[in-house]
Design a protein around this ligand. Structure first.
Ligand code: SF4
Length: 391
C-alpha cells in the first residue's frame, strides 16, 4: 500500500471525509482491489451486517415525448405527432400498477420525457389519481422533469414539490444527473437542466423530506475532474442537508453509459471515445463509497453491467442490489439488445445476493426492511429508520 492509501485508510478509520485529491488518487491507483478494500471498510463501518437489500418495483414511463434531444437517448420521440409517440392512458397505467401489485411491488417509479404539451395540472392529477387508488409508494419526476413544470406553471420548485407532496408524492428519483459537470452536459445534453439547477431541485425536495436518490452515469469520455466535480456536488449537498437535520439522499446509484445505434452518440464518428469498462464501473463504485461516506446506501446496479458484475460490486462497497424494475424503456433503448435483460424477479435477486455471500432483505423506497433473512440495516451512523423517516 502506498503512502497516500495509508493516509486515506487512516481518515476512514477516524471517520473523516477524504479530500478531492485523495479521491483522485483512488481513481488513479493501479491496484483496483486495494481501492475495493477501502470501500468495503467504509461499507462495514456504516452497515456492519452482511445484509444486502433489494426492492420490488415497477418503472413506468408515462410519456416518451421529449424536447431535450440528449445525444445518448434512444427512448424519446420529438413531438406528439410522431407515429411512435405516446402518453399512457389511465387505463394502461392502471393495468401496469395492478400487475406490479400482484408481483409484490412496494414502489412505482414514474418518469417520462419533457413533454411541452402536458399542462402542470396533468402531473398533480396523475399523482393524486394513483395515490387515491393504489397502496404503493410513489417516486416520480426527476429534477429534469420538475424544471419544465416550473417553466409552464411559473411556480417555484418549492411550490411545485409541496403541491405534489400534498397529493401523495413520496420522493424524487435521481434521474437526469448523468454527470453534474457543465462541460460534459454542454457536450452531450445541452438543453437539459444544468448541474446547479439539478442540485437546487434536490435541495428543495430534501428540505420537504421527500425521498431522494443520487445517480451518476460514467462513460461520456469525461476526465477524472468531471467525475470529481460530480461527486463533490453530491457530497456538498449531502453535508448541508445532514447539517440541517435532514436525511438527504438515501442512496447513490451509478451505471455505465449505453449508446447503441438508436442514439445520435452511438451513430457518431466519435463513438469510440465513449463508454466505460467493467473495471471502470467497479472502481467508480468503490471511489464513490469512500468519497460519499455521508450517503447511507450504495447500489450495485445490474441493468447495464449485468447481474454478475452487480454481485461483484457488493465487494466494492455496495449494500444494495437495486430493484426488479419489471420494465425499463429508457436505458434499454440505448443498450445492446442481446447483452442483458432489463427486468429481474425477486427470486433472481435473492439468489444473486446469496450466491455472492450476503444475506438478502427486501426493502421499500425508504430503505425500511419489508422481509428477508438478513437483519435490518442498523448502525450508529445511519440508524434505521433514518432521522425523520417513519417506516
Ligand atoms: S434522456 Fe430524458 S431528457 Fe434526455 S432526451 Fe431522453 S427522455 Fe428526454
Amino acid at each position: 500500500m502506498g503512502a497516500n492509501l495509508r493516509e486515506i485508510q487512516e481518515k476512514i478509520a477516524r471517520g473523516s471525509q477524504i479530500s478531492r485529491e485523495d479521491a483522485r488518487s483512488l481513481y488513479e491507483h493501479p491496484e483496483l482491489l486495494e481501492v475495493a478494500r477501502l470501500a468495503a471498510a467504509v461499507r462495514y463501518r456504516t452497515h456492519p451486517q452482511r445484509t444486502v437489500t433489494y426492492l420490488v418495483d415497477r418503472n413506468i414511463n408515462y410519456t416518451n415525448v421529449c424536447n431535450t434531444d440528449c445525444t445518448f437517448c434512444g427512448f424519446y420521440r420529438p413531438r406528439s405527432s410522431h407515429p411512435e409517440s405516446y402518453v399512457l392512458s389511465r387505463e394502461v397505467l392502471a393495468g401496469k400498477i395492478e400487475e406490479a401489485l400482484e408481483h409484490g411491488a412496494t414502489r412505482i417509479l414514474l418518469q417520462g420525457g419533457h413533454n411541452d404539451e402536458l399542462p402542470y395540472a396533468y402531473y398533480v392529477e396523475l399523482i393524486s389519481w394513483i395515490r387515491s387508488r393504489y397502496p404503493i409508494q410513489l417516486n416520480a419526476f426527476s429534477p429534469s422533469e420538475i424544471q419544465p413544470m416550473h417553466r409552464v406553471s411559473g411556480k417555484s420548485y418549492e411550490a411545485i414539490l409541496s403541491e405534489l407532496k400534498s397529493v401523495g408524492l413520496d420522493g424524487l428519483p435521481g434521474g437526469g444527473a448523468e454527470l453534474l459537470d457543465d462541460g460534459v452536459r454542454q457536450r452531450v445534453s445541452p438543453k437539459k437542466i444544468s448541474a446547479d439547477e439539478w442540485i437546487s431541485v434536490m435541495e428543495v425536495a430534501q428540505s420537504l423530506s421527500l425521498t431522494t436518490t443520487a445517480t451518476m452515469v460514467i462513460g461520456f469520455g469525461e476526465d477524472i475532474d468531471a467525475r470529481l466535480n460530480h461527486l463533490e456536488r453530491l457530497r456538498d449537498l449531502q453535508n448541508r442537508s445532514i447539517a440541517r437535520g435532514l436525511e438527504g439522499f438515501n442512496a447513490f446509484i451509478s451505471w455505465t453509459l449505453q449508446f447503441n445505434e438508436n442514439t445520435s452518440m452511438g451513430r457518431s464518428r466519435h463513438r469510440r471515445e465513449f463508454g466505460a469498462s467493467i473495471s471502470d464501473y467497479l472502481r467508480n463504485l468503490a471511489v464513490a463509497r469512500v468519497f460519499l461516506d455521508n450517503i447511507a446506501h450504495h447500489q450495485s446496479s445490474w441493468p447495464t453491467a449485468g447481474i454478475e458484475v452487480a454481485q461483484l460490486g457488493l465487494s466494492f462497497g455496495c449494500d444494495d442490489i437495486g430493484s426488479t424494475m419489471m420494465e425499463e424503456n429508457v436505458v434499454s433503448q440505448a443498450g445492446a439488445p442481446t447483452k442483458q435483460k432489463w427486468s429481474m424477479t425477486a427470486e433472481e435477486l435473492i439468489d444473486a445476493i446469496r450466491d455472492a455471500g450476503f444475506a438478502p432483505a427486501q426493502r421499500d423506497s425508504k430503505f425500511c426492511i419489508v422481509e428477508g433473512d438478513g437483519v435490518p440495516l442498523a448502525s450508529s451512523r445511519f440508524p434505521l429508520p433514518s432521522p425523520g423517516v417513519t417506516c
